[in-house]
Every structure is written in structure tokens, then in C-alpha cells.
Design a protein around this ligand. Structure first.
Ligand code: NAI
Ligand code: KPL
Length: 294
């Protein structure tokens, strides 16, 4: 490509701004799509705190424009709207969202869809201010058409850790198992991730959730030690407040439907029993109802 590549961040919140920051710093032409007070703040500047301390001027807009590559970084319940806005506007779309189903929604509207999983961590501390909380790695894989190698090249040039994998669907499900075990428990109990392992009664429930997820993955043809995976992540991120807990604390919707909801749906399809996950789904839905209506 002779001209400068145009990269778009659709949903310039915590993780989108972090990715966009690195990509713009590497010299790419980046557009940030945001809304409300976040858009107003970003039109002044984007400030990054935490592991980096910097402020940059960015091109922040309300609606999607034509781009070569678009990263979708809205919460999973906003992916449908993102997909509709992106139809005919981008050559490649890449999602690094948590949860299952986002790639399939994007596939309906865009020809080249790249699936992604990221362990980079960011929080929105104020409108226009993003705390870079943890360096991680992003796994990418072609979901429909091609684009993973182009997206990986952008992230590499941006100095980010990235790897293209053969089976991105497996990576997505592994992350969903971690989120399905840690996120509902931390949100319901209002505790940091480490407490899941530290409190024996809670760990017993966590083990039950993880084992059910392992059965679902087994029925899909994937071998996984879900209990050990969850123990490792909860221990490594012991002081984190999970994204679901943060959503509840901020009185916002959670991504429970794209995480536990999708695991329960897949379990039903494959004839696997998941009573503890079903209970978590109902309890988090109940918690959402109580905070959203209060
Ligand atoms: N924050 C993190 O460290 C990580 C987040 N993720 C995943 O990335 C996704 C995004 O997470 P966060 O950045 O934390 O959420 P966030 O809520 O900070 O950012 C999403 C942004 O998208 C904006 N948005 C939604 N619909 C829009 C529309 N139609 N037009 C313009 N802007 C729109 C929202 O206003 C919000 O600012 C989630 O699926 C999350 O699970 C994955 C790994 C790490
Ligand atoms: C891995 C984990 C549980 C880290 O907090 C996460 O992805 C989240 O909070 O959504």
C-alpha cells in the first residue's frame, strides 16, 4: 500500500484508547470513534497514565469513517451497532473484545474479520484519561477472509506484543472460561480476583464453574485444564477488580450474556449440563436488574 494506512478505533474507551495511542505513536493515521462526554474529552486530548505518562492530540469523531483496518473495542452488547456502522467502511475489522459471538456479528457486515484476545489491561479513570494498567499480549487469527497478518504488523510496529495463532476460536473460549469463572463471582461478592482462590468456599464454587466449562470445551473438541488455568489467572491478577465488578460498581450493564450466557447456550446445544453456570447467569442478571433499576 503506497499511501499511509488508516486505522480506526471503534469504541474509544479504555482498551481502544490504549491500542489507538500505541498505533498513533508509531506513525499511523488513527481515527477514534467515541460518544458523549468521552468524545468531548477526546476532542481536547487523550491522556495516558499508569505505566506511561503522556498526552496526545487525536482525531476523535462520533461516527465511523472509511478505514483500512478497524479495531472494534465496544462492550459486546454494542457490537451489533458497531457492525452496522462499519458496513462498507473498512477493509478489515479486528475485535479484541472479551466474550463469544462478536466475530460472528461482524462477519455479517464486513468481509475480512480478525478474531482477537488481549491480556493488555486499561481502565478509564476519567473522560479522556486512560490508565495503562498492565502490559500483555494479543493473540490474533483470521475468522473470515484474511487480515490477521496485516493487523499483527500494525501492532508490532506499535511496539505491542502480538502473536498470530492457528486456532483463535480456542483462545476465545479459553478466555471466556476464565471470565465465566472469575467475573461473576467477583461481581456478586464484590471482591478482588485473588479472593476467589483465597476463600475456600468461594474456590469450591469456582472449581465447579470451571469444571462445567471444561466439559463444554471437551464437547467442542478442546482439551483444557480449566481449574488450573483459572487458579493461575486469579493468582496473577489477585489485586485486580474484574471488569464485571467494575461495571457493577459503576451501575453499568455487564458482559454476562456474551460470557456465561454463551457458555450455557453452547452447553445446551451440545447436551452438557451446566447448572452452576446457569445459576451465575441468573444471579448476575438479577444483580444487573437491581442496579440498573435503582
Ligand atoms: N479494559 C481492558 O483492560 C480490557 C477490555 N477487554 C474487552 O474490550 C472491550 C471493551 O472494554 P473497555 O475498553 O474496558 O470498555 P469501555 O466501556 O471503557 O469502552 C467501550 C467504549 O465504546 C464506546 N461505544 C460504545 N458504542 C459506541 C458507539 N456506537 N459509538 C461510539 N462509541 C461507542 C463506549 O461509550 C465506551 O467509551 C470489552 O469487550 C472488554 O471485555 C479485553 C481485555 C482487556
Ligand atoms: C482476566 C480478568 C478476569 C482479569 O481481571 C479479566 O479479563 C476481566 O476482568 O474481565
Amino acid at each position: 500500500m503506497g499511501r499511509k494506512m488508516k486505522v480506526q478505533i471503534f469504541g474509544a474507551g479504555a482498551i481502544g484508547c490504549l491500542f489507538g495511542y500505541f498505533i498513533q505513536k508509531a506513525g499511523f493515521d488513527v481515527v477514534f470513534v467515541a460518544r458523549g462526554k468521552q468524545l468531548e474529552a477526546l476532542q481536547k486530548e487523550l491522556r495516558i497514565t499508569g505505566l506511561i505518562d503522556d498526552s496526545i492530540s487525536i482525531d476523535a469523531r462520533r461516527y465511523a469513517c472509511k478505514a483500512d483496518v478497524t479495531f472494534v473495542t465496544v462492550k459486546s452488547y454494542d457490537t451489533q451497532t458497531a457492525a452496522e456502522q462499519l458496513a462498507g467502511k473498512t477493509e478489515v475489522v479486528c475485535t479484541v473484545q472479551n466474550g463469544i459471538g462478536n466475530e460472528d456479528i461482524l462477519t455479517e457486515k464486513v468481509d475480512n474479520v480478525v478474531g482477537g484476545v488481549t491480556s493488555y489491561a486499561a481502565n478509564l479513570v476519567d473522560y479522556g484519561v486512560v490508565c495503562y494498567a498492565g502490559e500483555g499480549i494479543t493473540y490474533l487469527g483470521d475468522w473470515k477472509g484474511e487480515g490477521a497478518s496485516v493487523v499483527a504488523e500494525i501492532l508490532k510496529k506499535a511496539g505491542m506484543n502480538v502473536e498470530v495463532v492457528e486456532d483463535i476460536e480456542r483462545k476465545k473460549w479459553e478466555k471466556a472460561v476464565i471470565n465465566a469463572t472469575i467475573n461473576p463471582l467477583t461481581a456478586l461478592l464484590r471482591v478482588e480476583n485473588g479472593k476467589i482462590v483465597e476463600i475456600e468456599d468461594v474456590w469450591n464454587v469456582a472449581e465447579s464453574i470451571a469444571k462445567e466449562c471444561e466439559e463444554v470445551m471437551k464437547a467442542m473438541g478442546y482439551k483444557l485444564n480449566a481449574v488450573e488455568l483459572v487458579r493461575e489467572v486469579a493468582t496473577k491478577t489477585a489485586r485486580n477488580r474484574s471488569s464485571m465488578l467494575q461495571d457493577i460498581e459503576r451501575g453499568r450493564r455487564t458482559e454476562i450474556e456474551a460470557i456465561t450466557g454463551e457458555i450455557v447456550r453452547k452447553a445446551k446445544e451440545l447436551g452438557v449440563e451446566t447448572p452452576v453456570n446457569e445459576l451465575m447467569l441468573r444471579l448476575v442478571r438479577g444483580l444487573e436488574c437491581s442496579i440498573l433499576s435503582s
